[in-house]
Design a binder for this molecule. Sequence first.
Ligand code: GSH
Length: 91
Amino acid sequence: MSEKSPKPAHLALYEQALCPFCRMVRQATADLDLTIESRDTMREPHRRQELVEGGGKGMVPCLRIEYPDGAVDWLYESADIIEYLRQLQAD
Ligand SMILES: N[C@@H](CCC(=O)N[C@@H](CS)C(=O)NCC(=O)O)C(=O)O
């Protein structure tokens, strides 16, 4: 994903309640005062299927970034997700 990515139209976080990496991302969203839709891949198996089909693997956390033109990026790795959200909030 390039640094020139447009502002997202919608964000959704694929996560699991007991995942420590997911917890770090959730804490960052709270610190940044961001509200992001949560999609739990353990409680809702269809969300895991969506994640695997869209992002290529079932690992959580993963941030689904949808742009105004309908394009979608799937961002894995908690540190990368947190950095993306910080940049988004700073812009
Ligand atoms: N380096 C990753 C680690 C994420 C990770 O290990 N997630 C676990 C849950 S705590 C997972 O999804 N494991 C199942 C899989 O990789 O498919 C990050 O920081 O986000």
